[in-house]
Design a protein around this ligand. Structure first.
Ligand code: NAD
Ligand code: UFG
Length: 341
């Protein structure tokens, strides 16, 4: 474990960041949280405190604002950074590429400038399985595979982020870890924290929970002619709490090279239709859905080989897809009852 326990968590009020903060606090770290609320809201800070019993140190601002970012590094003795802040909607990035390159890359460049100036060398970077550039994985994707051509501007921002970090690591003491997430879903098992999309959700499980809760008319399943057993896309869905725990493990990783990379998934693929059926079975609630055209940027099937994270981070997914569905549904009901938005 590292000595100084102040860890900057960028994008900390977002879906994965907020769950990671809970895990950090539980293990005695002091998260310094930064977000501009472009895709989250202040209610999340309250929910984190409700679970941890501790007040969070929080700064509202945009990472593209260098002065704002530097002021945080000046105030705190940071020993590491977990960098979540980014725009993440694949289809939106196809529509608005500049918006994505500007936000995701400028934020990272500013962050790396501050880290260099203040000699902070540890960074955990939120990457994505999209960097493999694979359209249809018949075999699980391994970290040994070379990265490919991502099929969206969003994916390229993750690809470029990794490249930038690797180049700098080769020339300095920076030691980055790339965590390539597959599909994080679910909510905190207490049901008091979860995904809080602003506007209609882009991701499938929150769309399902909002549809069943009566907030959306119906789920559209994007495409039924993919090269998969039931024609709908296959993804490797992983509980967000498991994803969060991996970040804390990554902070105390011992490096044998300038940088390291790990897949975070379960190793099992589930189709969109299977996810809908599982939701109905677990909650006893019918999901109103229809089929629609394919969504730009989507690929057939992706799932992870997770043996490297098991071996070197001593981490593996402990919760099931059923746990994730149940927790997400618990959260949807809790947030409606408590008018959290
Ligand atoms: P999220 O949108 O819930 O959280 C991201 C947070 O970053 C938001 O709270 C947003 O307000 C903030 N943010 C964005 N740009 C900012 C900026 N310039 N300055 C300050 N704050 C900013 O997303 P998430 O699901 O928690 O994802 C976290 C990270 O993981 C992202 O980098 C995303 O690309 C990556 N990722 C997510 C998934 C997924 O399925 N959720 C999969 C692979 C990778
Ligand atoms: N889907 C629907 N209807 C919806 C929403 C999604 O059918 O309303 C489908 C999508 O077409 C896809 C599957 O559900 O087949 C999963 O979609 P998500 O949007 O939940 O997740 P993605 O796999 O598209 O995206 C995730 C992350 C990205 C990452 C990408 C890599 O959110 O950050 O995985 O494939 F880049």
């Amino acid at each position: 474990m590292i000595e100084n326990k102040e860890i900057l968590v960028t994008g900390g009020t977002g879906f994965i960041g907020s769950h990671t903060i809970v895990e950090l606090v539980e293990l005695g770290y002091t998260p310094i949280v930064l977000d501009n609320y472009s895709n989250s809201s202040s209610s999340i800070i309250r929910q984190i405190s409700l679970i941890t019993g501790k007040k969070c140190i929080f700064y509202q601002g945009d990472m593209r604002d260098k002065v704002f970012l530097k002021s945080i590094f000046t105030k705190h003795q940071l020993s590491g950074v977990i960098h979540f802040a980014a725009f993440k909607a694949v289809a939106e990035s196809v529509e608005k590429p500049l918006h994505y390159y500007d936000n995701n890359l400028v934020a990272l460049i500013n962050l790396l400038g501050c880290m260099e100036e203040f000699r902070v060398n540890k960074i955990v970077f939120s990457s994505s399985c999209t960097v493999y550039g694979v359209e249809n994985s018949l075999e699980p994707l391994t970290e040994q595979m070379s990265v490919g051509k991502p099929n969206s501007p969003y994916g390229w921002t993750k690809w470029m982020g990794e490249q930038m970090l690797a180049d700098i690591a080769g020339k300095s003491d920076l030691r980055p870890i790339f965590l390539r997430y597959f599909n994080p879903i679910g909510a905190h098992p207490s049901g008091k924290l979860g995904e809080l999309p602003l506007g209609p959700p882009n991701n499938v499980l929150p769309y399902i929970t909002q549809t069943v809760a009566g907030l959306r008319k119906e789920l559209t399943i994007f495409g039924k002619d993919y090269d998969t057993p039931d024609g709908t896309c296959v993804r490797d869905y992983i509980h967000v709490t498991d994803v969060a725990k991996a970040h804390v493990r990554a902070l105390s990783h011992s490096f044998n090279s300038n940088f390291d990379v790990f897949n975070l998934g379960t190793g099992k693929g589930t189709s969109v239709l299977e996810l809908v059926r599982l939701f109905e079975k677990i909650t006893g609630k019918p999901v109103n859905y229809q089929f629609g055209p394919r969504r730009p940027g989507d690929v057939d099937a992706l799932f992870a080989d997770v043996s490297k994270a098991k071996k070197f981070l001593n981490w593996n997914a402990e919760r099931t897809i059923e746990d994730a569905i149940l927790d997400a549904w618990k959260w949807e009901q809790y947030r409606l009852e408590n008018e959290i938005s």
